[in-house]
Design a protein around this ligand. Structure first.
Ligand SMILES: *Cc1c(COP(=O)(O)O)cnc(C)c1O
Length: 370
């Protein structure tokens, strides 16, 4: 008999972010602007059978709404219980046990965990500087792509904008990475959880993915749409990969209320989402200005959050605890190895909210940093 618990699971712990209640929670990048009103209204009107009956097996009404919204065919769309579910399903669907998942650290913390959960090898690829800087050097962008695809990993993951750094890799470089993956038959997962926060007309990978052979883009309704509690994720990409992801994901993963709410949200053509995302961009830039005025050096970000390397003498644990005592939660990132930084750096990640919340955060930060 093999040992229990299984070998690969021994280092795993249950995911345990600090969830003690706090006045202003800027720790998990959920929306500080509330839920999409059409989604809320739809769920309020739930019928008794929405609880009694199973949902459609593969959330086909939702797949159709996604296809209409993004102008892609239904067979290019999969959905899941959050995009986490789609990441997990994609890892399992695409890779044989023992194969490598390549990614650029620091990135979404769940990648290493899902790799381990699916008996895969998490293989971080060292990134010497932000991609835009590498691309500006002769051959720097190509060298990074080569390192990500060499030896044929099972899967390549890229987060754009990247959590937690906020980096938005140049579109040209991402397309070159996609070319390299497609040429070698490697599946490329582009996590665009924060793409809603990019300025309108910023190129993303979604359109290309639907017509590709190996590219899948992940979106979520957990951030800009204010629906993290409903757990709805979206994958758009190569139909042959999408089919495998659906097999791996299995039936009934999006519940009836979540599906109905998500459909209502996606069908809304008003400027509600553009409005909240524009407010988040403005708030983010205003926050960065405030931080720089204090002599701090936040990283440029394309998301609804800012990563702040702490000044000398301040530690992630100390600052996070001090902020919490003052009613503000942020996400701690201790000893982060950032592209282009020589030494590990203590950081905090701050989700962007409306001005009153940012003022509360800044007041608390000033007290904590003295
Ligand atoms: C928040 C986030 C998600 C969203 O996960 P859901 O399961 O859809 O809530 C996905 N990827 C990244 C990088 C995130 O930060």
């Amino acid at each position: 008999m093999s040992p229990f618990p299984r070998e690969a699971y021994r280092p795993l712990v249950r995911y345990s972010p600090d969830r003690r209640p706090v006045d202003v929670d800027l720790s998990d990048n959920t929306s500080r602007w509330g839920p999409h009103p059409d989604v809320l209204e739809t769920i309020r009107q739930a019928a008794p059978e929405d609880l009694v009956l199973y949902p459609p097996v593969y959330a086909d009404r939702l797949r159709e709404a996604v296809a209409r919204r993004f102008g892609v065919s239904v067979d290019a769309v999969a959905t899941g219980c959050g995009s986490d579910d789609l990441l997990d399903s994609a890892f399992r669907a695409v890779c044989e046990p023992g194969e490598a998942v390549r990614y650029l650290p620091p990135t979404f913390s769940m990648i290493e965990i899902f790799a381990r959960m699916n008996a895969l090898e998490a293989e971080p690829v060292e990134q010497a500087a932000p991609v835009a800087e590498l691309v500006a050097e002769a051959g720097g962008g190509e060298a990074l792509i080569d390192a990500m695809v060499e030896g044929a990993p099972g899967l390549v993951y890229l987060c754009r904008p990247n959590n937690p750094t906020g980096e938005v890799q140049p579109a040209g470089w991402v397309h070159a990475l996609a070319d390299a993956c497609e040429a070698r038959g490697i599946v490329l997962l582009v996590d665009e959880a924060y793409a809603d926060y990019l300025p309108p007309d910023t190129p993303d990978l979604l359109e290309r993915a639907a017509g590709s052979s190996r590219i899948v883009v992940l979106r979520t309704l957990s951030k800009a749409w204010g629906m993290a509690g409903l757990r709805v994720g979206i994958a758009v990409g190569a139909p042959e990969v999408i089919l495998e992801i659906e097999k791996s994901r299995g039936p009934y993963k999006v519940n009836r209320l979540a599906e109905a709410g998500a459909v209502a949200g996606l069908e809304d053509a008003s400027d509600w989402v553009p409005g909240v995302t524009a407010a988040a961009r403005e708030g983010r830039e205003a926050l960065a200005v405030e931080l720089r005025e204090r002599g701090l050096d936040p990283l440029p970000s394309g998301g609804n959050f800012v990563l702040l390397p702490l000044p000398g003498g301040a530690t992630t644990d100390g600052v996070t605890a001090g902020l919490r005592e003052r009613g503000v939660a942020v996400r701690p990132f201790g000893g982060l190895e950032l592209p282009g930084h020589r030494a590990p750096t203590d950081c905090i990640r701050i989700s962007v909210g409306p001005p009153a919340e940012m003022n509360r955060f800044l007041t608390a930060l000033d007290e904590v940093l003295g």
